[in-house]
Design a protein around this ligand. Structure first.
Ligand SMILES: Cc1ncc(COP(=O)(O)O)c(C=O)c1O
Length: 387
């Protein structure tokens, strides 16, 4: 019998699709989660890169409770001022990134699916392009662009034709004819495959080549967006204005949400009825989104992500960690030995970190509110290995 079943008999009907932490989680507060038997863990994993404002931030919880009392749900069949305000607040948060209009859905895969669908429709083309190491979700268009054989292979006959290019390779971009490609989808930092980034020259070339061919550039900011990389969006950091930016994960501090943000020209191709979702833009998620953006601004979390990221990059390399990859608080610890050993060392010291597709890269994706004490504890736990 699996460990999780011994711990949680009530979960016996739940499909066992995830290799979960070996404890039952009970509650969380800011950067700490506590197991059912009272053990506290520093959450450097962030609930899978979700808890931007920490667990149960009082302003986010308060906004959700107030909205629940007022109106729990109504679909897009009704105009809701909170939905309009959330869209405006989100566009304002990304000011300078070139996006003007928003469609709300419920997850990252849906946000990408919607962006890809709109690009296929607008261009009339039948092929998309993506990159080695890219990860965009489990719905069929997003999966078509995902480089993860074990989840893609069973569905290969149902996927759209996709040209997979090497990541961060300018000559490959120059050699590609984008004329029949509806959209290129790309993560600013490839997270799942091991915190892989590309050069500024590569991004500029990608934008120039796709613009010249009338190909949409879709930037998947599902992990990098909203402040995590030390800027309100990675697109802004790179100086790239795409046709679409997709967001999810921490956008509503853990309430399910996804968003596809379109440039003015991309939005002008979308007609009433082209996109739809029963739950997308629901008032609870909208209340949580507005509160999340307010907390990010009022608590200076973007600057905090940049500062702590820089601190960790300076402090962590040593006997266990060869280098620290990434930006802000989306970081990869490149380990000398396979990362599983360091992951276990940290787990034994009650610190949760993530693995990646690269066995030598562990991922840190904590709340942007991670405390200075947690940073000091992680640093000393890692440096202890050099002693
Ligand atoms: C970069 C990226 N895009 C898309 C997704 C899919 O998001 P979701 O699981 O909300 O569908 C993920 C999920 O981890 C992701 O990391």
């Amino acid at each position: 019998m699996r460990f999780s079943r011994i711990l949680c008999n009530y979960m016996s009907a739940l499909l066992d699709t995830y290799a979960a932490w070996p404890f039952e989680l009970d509650h969380g507060k800011n950067d700490v989660v506590v197991s059912a038997d009272g053990v506290a863990y520093a959450d450097w994993y962030g609930g899978h890169c979700v808890t931007l404002t920490g667990h149960c931030h009082p302003r986010v919880v308060g906004a959700i409770k107030a909205q629940a009392d007022k109106l729990l749900f109504y679909s897009a069949a009704a105009r809701l001022s909170i939905r309009a305000r959330a869209a405006d607040a989100l566009i304002a948060h990304l000011a300078g990134a070139g996006v003007e209009r928003v469609f709300f859905c419920n997850s990252g895969a849906e946000a990408n699916e919607n962006a890809l669908k709109m690009a296929l429709k607008a261009t009339g083309r039948k092929r998309i392009a993506c990159f080695e190491g890219g990860w965009h979700g489990r719905t069929l268009l997003a999966l078509s662009a995902t480089d993860d054989a074990k989840i893609v292979a069973p569905f290969a006959p149902f996927l759209v034709p996709a040209t997979q290019l090497p990541f961060n390779d300018v000559s490959a971009l120059l050699a590609t004819d984008f004329g029949d490609i509806a959209a290129v989808i790309v993560e600013p930092i490839q997270s799942m495959s091991g915190i892989r980034a590309a050069s500024s020259a590569w991004w500029q070339t990608l934008r120039a080549r796709t613009a010249a061919a009338g190909t949409w550039l879709i930037i998947d900011e599902i992990q990098t967006g909203l402040g995590r990389v030390g800027a309100s969006s990675a697109s802004l950091l790179m100086g790239i204005e795409p046709e679409a930016i997709t967001l999810a994960k921490g956008l509503a501090s853990g309430v399910p949400i996804g968003a596809t943000l379109f440039s003015g020209s991309a939005a002008s191709t979308i007609r009433q009825g082209d996109l739809g979702s029963t739950f997308g833009g629901g008032p609870l998620a909208m209340a949580a989104l507005i509160a999340t953006l307010e907390v990010i601004a009022d608590e200076g979390l973007i600057e905090r992500a940049a500062r702590i990221g820089a601190q960790l990059k300076a402090q962590l390399p040593g006997a266990a960690v060869a280098s620290v990859l990434g930006e802000g608080l989306l970081l990869g610890l490149r380990t000398h030995e396979p990362g599983a050993g360091l992951k276990k060392h940290l787990y034994d010291r009650r610190m949760l970190v993530g693995a990646s597709g690269d066995p030598h890269v562990l991922r840190l994706m904590p709340p942007l509110t991670i405390s200075d004490d947690a940073v000091a504890a992680l640093t000393s736990a890692i440096n202890e290995l050099g002693a």
